[in-house]
Every structure is written in C-alpha cells, then in structure tokens.
Ligand binder design. Sequence first.
Ligand code: SF4
Length: 76
Amino acid sequence: MLVIDPDECIDCTLCEPECPAEAIKSEDDLSDTEQSLLELNAELSREWPMINEMKEPPEDADEWKDKPDKMRYLER
Ligand code: SF4
C-alpha cells in the first residue's frame, strides 16, 4: 500500500492510469464508503517515508490486490 501526500499532489491525474492495481482515484470519484480513506491517506502520508525512486512491486502485490476488507490488516 502506498499513500499520496495531499499537500504535494497537484491533481494532475497522471498516476491514475499508471497504477497497475487501479488503486488511485481522484477524491471526487470516491464512493461514500471510500471517503474515510481520504483522512487515512493524509495521516499516513505524514508518517510513512517518502518514496523517491522507482521500485519493483512487492512479491505479494497480486495476492493483496483484490482481497476484500483489507484495511483490517493495516498495521500502524
Ligand atoms: S501524478 Fe498523481 S500523485 Fe502525482 S501530482 Fe499527479 S495526481 Fe498527484
């Protein structure tokens, strides 16, 4: 899981079609149940380290991609 710093994002939308998991959405396109993720994204973007170079996806990325209710596994 990655998060995007809302203070740094300029809403250019270039990342949305590039995400292989189709996990990036404009805040305008979030469902009612996804709205809570906005605050979580902002909070975690202040806590997690910045990624500033390309990396390979995690080996278990496909395993997690469609897992239902996966936020319950988030360790903070
Ligand atoms: S690429 Fe994505 S995260 Fe980066 S500024 Fe554009 S919309 Fe924001």
